[in-house]
Design a protein around this ligand. Structure first.
Ligand SMILES: [Zn+2]
Length: 90
């Protein structure tokens, strides 16, 4: 579970280690964390969700609906404007 993101214990703010991880869908995963503070011992579950696309996949799965980031939309609109201006007759 070393690939899971770092997480702090919500109670004592100490580092917590991911113990198990379960994929509930291609976009959502539950990760069980254990607080590393022996005096606390809190075990808790976090949700890890894919929420937006920054750069589109070259091999997209049609089943996956992941919205584009606002930044991507602005960049694409800007590129379209530049292309549109370039295509105008002189
Ligand atoms: Zn703790």
């Amino acid at each position: 579970m070393s690939k899971a993101p770092g997480m702090s214990c919500p109670h004592c703010k100490s580092a917590a280690r991911a113990r198990t991880s379960t994929a509930l869908s291609p976009l959502f995963r539950e990760v069980t964390y254990q607080c590393l503070n022996d005096h606390c011992g809190h075990v808790f579950v976090c949700g890890l969700e894919a929420i937006r696309t920054l750069s589109p996949s070259a091999i997209p799965d049609p089943e996956i609906r992941l919205p584009f980031s606002q930044h991507v939309k602005k960049r694409e609109i800007a590129q379209q404007l530049v292309l549109g201006l370039g295509a105008e007759p002189a």
